[in-house]
Structure formats: structure tokens, C-alpha cells
Design a protein around this ligand. Structure first.
Ligand code: S3P
Length: 449
């Protein structure tokens, strides 16, 4: 186990600057995986070099693809072709990464290979049955730990069957795992989703030359279909900045009046924009410039100005999938906004890298905020004054809990310390450095200089 690395943030004043946050984590995983099953060279620029994605890069090597970072700073992948992955000699250690393991379970399920997956303490507690169930229907078999968790082994099947499957939970990971398994199946695999989840797999499959059919159904759901056993075409992927990472400097800027921040080249896919829409409804000054399409994804610069007053709102539950990773960040803003912010439909937050509802609730209470946690809801009451802070926050191996409270600490009267900053490396390796460049006071000492 790593030694915990506590980090403290303290009242900083206005944050200013132009930054480029690391590449989008979801898109980075997918670029490596699709490159690894494509014959020819796939070139990736802007890949997130965080631990989660590096674990996927290593896994793709173990599965037989050539994956290397060139002296040009780009990632070069030479893949095996559809159905060509090799059986890894050892277990694939996916670290903290739910996306890495769940998408890869789908990919290997369609191969006649046996693959064992392991992960850290957080990943080993996360539910995998949601992935196992549809993949079993496609012909794979599984050996899991008690409760259907990691370590687990996927025994893939070369005769993968196509599937039509209605998602019981709004999950892009489940949708993607089925589509990736469907690449090996003869005929049409269809995933039906009631609430739109992030569509990076669909967009990237198209970018790699595969047809993806999306039909709007009478009941309001969408059916996403692919035809399997077709080779992908190698291509170049330019990974845009991660809106989920950009959320933390954006929130810190909003909490410090007078801030002005330009976040360059961020993925602004509407299925990821729920936080930014919500912040605008709360009165935040957020605008977009240089909107363009890069590698099939909408990209823009996001400009955030800290103008002061923000007000509490009700967040519509149908918006949850488009901001599923952003509730810790939103909760920090709600803690400083005038009035009540009510968030509902948050059941999935309990099975993320930590139980995020619980970790946010405990952390904000320790900072002096009044809030109520329900089974799948959070209600935060604030008089608009910033919380006192002065607490040490438990992060439970969760990068987003860590960064959210560090962002809050830039605006509280007393410093906020997080018990362990190590998990931040999974998604935002240069977080501390970039925040300091903007003027945030974040460092290892818990004493004031
Ligand atoms: C992701 C999907 C979401 C999200 C995760 C990344 C993806 O998970 O929370 O961080 O890349 O597909 P769920 O599918 O479990 O909602």
C-alpha cells in the first residue's frame, strides 16, 4: 500500500490564467482499446497519461497489441484486428479504473481467451454483475469473487452471440462493454438506453470507420446498433481536454470572486455538460469559444468568470447521466450558493470510486455545512457565505472527492486538508501544478507559511 500523501488548500483569492487540462479519460481508454483491435497504425495525441489510462495501455500490450509513446510525444498503436487479441500471461491489474476493467471485460469476452482482472481496494469493491449479465448472454463465462467483484476471470468465447439488451441502469460502461463484445459477434448487437449516457464509444467507432445506427424509439429510449465482425480502419485520434477534470479549476474560479479562467480545448459533448449547464442555471458566468469538431467530438474553450453570487437550484434527475462524475464538484458550489440545492436520482454515486454521497456529506459537514443525505439524494442548504473549512477530509481512494475539497479549500476561511492526494494521479496528474499556476494555494504543508 502507498503511504498517504495529505495535501492542503487555503484561501487563495482570484484565480487567473489559461490552461489545458489533461486529455479526456473516457476517450483515452477507448482510443487505446479500439487502436489495439485495428490492423495498422493508430496515432493518438493528447492521451491522458494518468494511472487509469496507463493501466489500460499496459493491458492492451499484455493482450498482444503494440502500444508505445514515440519521441514525437504521440502514442502509436499497432493492433491485432477484430478477434485477434492474445491470452495475457498474467492478471491484468486495472488499478483504480472502473472504465478500464468494464470496457475490457466486453472486449475480451468476444475472444477465445481467459483473462483475469485485479484492481485496488476501491475497484475490488465495485459491482461487476451489471457487466457480467449481458456478457454471459453473449456466451462468455465468469469466475468472480464473492458478490461478483474483482478479482475476476473472464472466459471468452470465439462464437460470441449478438445481443439485444435494454440497460437496467443508465451506464455508458455497460453500453460500451456490450458494443465492444458485439464487435466479435456475427450480425447486429443492439443496446437500448432509456436515458442518454456518454456516447464516446459510438463516436469513436464511427471515427474508426464502423457504422453505428442510432434509432429513437417511440417510448423515448434510443437503440444503438452495430454489425460485428467488420475490421476497423486505423486513424488519428486527437483527445480533447476532460470536462470532468476541468470541473475542479472551474469550480475554484467560481468560488473566488474576480477569477477569470480559460480552459482550452475541452470536450463539450452535450452528454458530458450537465455540470456546466447547472452552474449557469445557478448564475455562473460560463461561456464557450472556438467551438469545433475534433476526432468526432465537439470541442471548445470554456471561459469561467467568478462574479460572486450563485443561487441554489433543483437539479433535474434526468440530467444526472450527463454529470454523473460531477456531483462532488457541484456540491462544493452548492455549499457556497445562496439557498437550497436539491439533487435527486443519485443512486449510482454510491458505487463510484467511493460512496460519493457519503464522502461528500461527511466532508461538507466537517466543513460546517448543513445538508441532508437521502438514499439517492442530497440537499445542501447555504446562506451564500462560504463554509468555514478547517477540516481534514477522508477521500477513500477517490480522486474526485480529493479534487473537489481542494477546490473548496481555495475559498474557505480555514484551510482544508485531504487525507490522501495519491488517487488524483489516476485522472489529473498535474492538478496541483496547474492549480498553483492559476494562483491557488495548494501544498503539502498543513501550517500557514
Ligand atoms: C464512464 C462512464 C461513467 C462514468 C465513468 C466513465 C465511461 O460510469 O462515471 O467515470 O467512460 O464510460 P457509468 O457507466 O458506471 O455511469
Amino acid at each position: 500500500m502507498n503511504t498517504p500523501n495529505p495535501l492542503t488548500s487555503r484561501k487563495s483569492g482570484p484565480l487567473e490564467g489559461t490552461i489545458k487540462v489533461p486529455g479526456d479519460k473516457s476517450i483515452s481508454h477507448r482510443a487505446l482499446m479500439l487502436g489495439a483491435i485495428t490492423v495498422g497504425e493508430t496515432i493518438i495525441s493528447g492521451l491522458l497519461e494518468g494511472e487509469d489510462v496507463l493501466a489500460t495501455a499496459e493491458a492492451m500490450r499484455s493482450l498482444g497489441a503494440e502500444v508505445c509513446k514515440g519521441s514525437d510525444g504521440l502514442w502509436h498503436i499497432y493492433g491485432t484486428g477484430i478477434g485477434g487479441l492474445k491470452e495475457p500471461k498474467e492478471a491484468l491489474d486495472m488499478g483504480n479504473s472502473g472504465t478500464g476493467v468494464r470496457l475490457l471485460m466486453g472486449l475480451v469476452a468476444g475472444h477465445a481467451i481467459t483473462t483475469k482482472f485485479t484492481g485496488d481496494g476501491s475497484l475490488s469493491g465495485r459491482p461487476m454483475n451489471r457487466i457480467i449479465k449481458p456478457l454471459e448472454m453473449m456466451g462468455a463465462t465468469f469466475e468472480t469473487s464473492d458478490g461478483g467483484t474483482l478479482p475476476l476471470t473472464v472466459i471468452g468465447n470465439e462464437d460470441t452471440m449478438p445481443l439485444e439488451y435494454r440497460l437496467p441502469v443508465a451506464s455508458a460502461q455497460v453500453k460500451s462493454a456490450i458494443l465492444l463484445a458485439g464487435l466479435s459477434a456475427p450480425g447486429r448487437t443492439t443496446v437500448i438506453e432509456e436515458r442518454p449516457t456518454r456516447d464516446h464509444t459510438e463516436r469513436m467507432l464511427r471515427h474508426f470507420g464502423l457504422g453505428v445506427d442510432v434509432q429513437d424509439m417511440k417510448d423515448g429510449s434510443q437503440a444503438i446498433s452495430i454489425i460485428g465482425q467488420q475490421e476497423l480502419e486505423p486513424c488519428a485520434v486527437d483527445v480533447p481536454g476532460d470536462p470532468s477534470s476541468a470541473a475542479f479549476p472551474a469550480v475554484a474560479a467560481l468560488l473566488n470572486k474576480g477569477s477569470e479562467l480559460r480552459l482550452c480545448g475541452i470536450c463539450v459533448n452535450e452528454r458530458r455538460m450537465g455540470l456546466y449547464v447547472t452552474l449557469q442555471e445557478m448564475g455562473a458566468d460560463i461561456s464557450y469559444e472556438h467551438e469545433r469538431i475534433v476526432a468526432g467530438e465537439p470541442v471548445a474553450d470554456i471561459i469561467v468568470r467568478g462574479t460572486g453570487t450563485l443561487k441554489g437550484i433543483d437539479v433535474p434527475p434526468e440530467r444526472v447521466p450527463s454529470m454523473i462524475d460531477e456531483f462532488p464538484a457541484l456540491a462544493m458550489v452548492a455549499a457556497c450558493a445562496e439557498g437550497t440545492t436539491k439533487m435527486t436520482g443519485l443512486g449510482e454515486l454510491r458505487v463510484k470510486e467511493s460512496d460519493r454521497l457519503l464522502m461528500v456529506t461527511e466532508g461538507l459537514k466537517a466543513c460546517g455545512i448543513s445538508l441532508e443525505m437521502g438514499e439517492d439524494s442530497l440537499t445542501i442548504n447555504s446562506n451564500g457565505r462560504h463554509p468555514i473549512g478547517g477540516a481534514t477530509i477522508k477521500t477513500a481512494l477517490d480522486h474526485r472527492i480529493a479534487m473537489a475539497f481542494l477546490a473548496l479549500g481555495t475559498a474557505t476561511d480555514e484551510p482544508i486538508t485531504i487525507d490522501d492526494a495519491t488517487p488524483i494521479k489516476t485522472s489529473f496528474p498535474n492538478f496541483e501544478e496547474l492549480m498553483e499556476d492559476l494562483g491557488a494555494e495548494i501544498n503539502q504543508s498543513t501550517k500557514k507559511n
